[in-house]
Design a protein around this ligand. Structure first.
Ligand SMILES: Nc1nc2c(ncn2[C@@H]2O[C@H](COP(=O)(O)OP(=O)(O)OP(=O)(O)O)[C@@H](O)[C@H]2O)c(=O)[nH]1
Ligand SMILES: [Mg+2]
Length: 293
């Protein structure tokens, strides 16, 4: 059989389960997952390699109307995912009625590449609701093939993968066959720490935070890391640290456990908190943190 390879890009509203799906395909926790919207801020590649195929998946941020520069950059990642897709996965969740951005939606319905519309979280649904939802999306996106799935429970995930392989063009691999992602180690350190921030702080705090891992030294027995948690204001710094440092300590302990699992090695993690006023609206800073590239 001829070798197949191509880009399969996952887009959709925030919180529908895009990252859960990518991790399920790859079999690794490459993308962080939380119950909060706008968990994913980057375009993250997850590569599945087989003897005669290479599927290059892209997880992307949920589609929103941008309110500040960081969100503009997030939506640029989504736009780029339209440009190089061989197959587009449009993920919606049970009960969802429309994509929040009409321009993106119009791009999907007029796309000339195969579209797989994945109706996710069907584990939360029943037969009757499922049938009416499938009907609804069939009318809205007539150019798509519809698959009801549960990314969380793995329902229909294999079947979708088989269909992806069928749809991929014949092509040699784009990346060496042992490649899993395009992101460097420090990126995953940042993300694992940010996941703990999303989990443990409320309201605007997680959205005002960016992580900058400044040191990553791998020794024989241990990896030593030093990361800065950046916030926009002094009051946010106080909240992150918490009474007698307890809140920050919890983030550190939980992140270290996950980092040890991710890297398969003992980890020493030093965390600092720094105020960096308005980093979310500063083009130069955003570029430094890997947005706008
Ligand atoms: N019940 C159920 N929950 C799911 C399923 N897939 C994902 N979730 C949950 O939905 C929430 C969001 O999942 P994510 O994978 O982070 O969603 P996302 O689309 O990547 O979100 P953003 O990155 O914020 O755009 C998490 O709490 C997941 O556990 C599913 O099939 N069933
Ligand atoms: Mg995500």
């Amino acid at each position: 059989m001829a070798h197949k390879a191509g880009f399969v890009n996952i887009i959709g509203n925030p919180n529908v389960g895009k990252s859960t799906l990518m991790n399920a395909f790859v079999g690794e926790k490459l993308s962080i997952i939380t119950s909060k919207a706008q968990t994913t801020r980057h375009r993250i590649l997850g590569i599945v390699n087989g003897e005669d195929f290479q599927v290059i998946l892209s997880d992307t941020p949920g589609i929103i109307k941008p309110a500040y520069q960081l969100q503009e950059s997030m939506m640029d990642f989504v736009k780029s995912a339209f440009e190089d897709a061989d197959v587009l996965i449009y993920m919606v969740e049970i009960g969802e009625k429309e994509l929040k951005d009409e321009a993106f939606f119009n791009k999907i319905v007029s796309a000339d590449i195969p579209i797989l519309l994945l109706l996710n979280k069907i584990d939360k649904s029943n037969q009757e609701e499922l049938e009416s939802q499938v009907q609804l999306w069939r009318e809205k996106v007539p150019n798509a093939e519809i698959f009801p799935v549960s990314a969380l429970e793995g329902f229909n995930v294999k079947e979708v993968f088989t269909r992806i392989i069928e749809l991929l063009p014949e092509s040699p691999a784009f990346y060496p066959k042992d490649t899993l992602t395009d992101k460097p180690e420090r990126f995953f350190v940042n993300e694992i720490i940010r996941e703990k921030i999303l989990m443990h702080y409320k309201k605007e705090i997680p959205y005002a935070v960016e992580i900058d891992t400044q040191e990553f030294f791998e020794e024989d027995e241990i990896i030593r890391m030093r990361s800065v948690i950046m916030v926009e204001r002094d009051t946010q710094k106080g909240i992150i640290i918490g009474h007698k440092g307890a809140a920050l300590k919890r983030v550190g302990v939980e992140a270290r456990k996950d980092l040890e699992k991710f890297f398969g090695k003992q980890v020493h993690l030093e965390l600092y908190v720094k105020v960096n006023k308005n980093w979310r609206s500063d083009q130069r800073q955003l570029k430094r943190f890997g947005y706008n590239d």
